[in-house]
Design a protein around this ligand. Sequence first.
Ligand code: NAG
Length: 301
Amino acid sequence: MAIGDLFTFVRGLLLVVPWALDLVLMDLILSFLLPFSSFFPNAVYNASSAVAFVNWNWIQCIFEVFNGGKITISGDVLPEGESAIVISNHVSWTDFYMIQALAVRAGMLGRCRWFAKLELRWVPLLGWGIWAMGMPMVSRNWLQDKKELDRVFAGVVVKKWPTWLISFSEATRYTTEKYELARAWCKENKKPLPKHLLYPRTKGFVTTVQHLRKAPHVKAVYDITIAYGHNHKFLEAPAIWESLSCGGLSSSRGYKFHVDVKRIPLVDLPEDDAGLAKWLEARWIEKGDFLEAKREEWARN
Ligand SMILES: *[C@@H]1O[C@H](CO)[C@@H](O)[C@H](O)[C@H]1NC(C)=O
């Protein structure tokens, strides 16, 4: 191991170990809170949001402050403290930082609840926390997931919890291989292929909108578009360990991080399921055009 690598490794450990210990503490507190959640659901929701805020803000600081990940933001300015349905494209682990950057600025970081894949349950520490916080854990089968979703939606609709309910509409990360599959699928199904994106899955989005539009405090969909650049390669993001251990991510390592957000009032969305699905597909074409414009802009300088 070269001396520079060793330095980065130790630097990473020094940054990550305290955070991981806090994650253990977070899991312990969440486990302690669990038995109380049926008696004091609102207080437990608030408490777990506060506990999560500390841990998520911490890892955000490692990325933005210690490791110099400079995130540029464009689009609509989000109102503070507003609940929303949040959708995004999915490129990398680092997407988490991009969405959190917006949540921090809107004062909603502790209120973020992510749609997570069921398999994540088995990831040590992280999986337990996700489960104990009552985040929606879904398989790919929306009918099987109905019970899970009803539970999560009830928290927002019935208990009126402030929430950013976040999902990646493509359900999987963008890769060039998957893009070729999407191209073939779109051709076969006579759908337009969005640039730099996979085709969105509409079912989860439609279900979420139809449920949460019953909650008067949920007023909007936030459509987030994430872009990365690295040495003139578009959509190339650092790996997990690199994002946690290396300093100067933007300045010396040359990563570009951009996040754009559009705020669309729920009242402006179509009423029926088919209309909503179409709406999402149309958004994805626009997002693709946005990404292409970003790519061209970055290629010029
Ligand atoms: C939870 O926090 C909200 C503000 O974010 C507050 O209005 C509410 O009263 C709190 N509920 C409990 C039970 O602490």
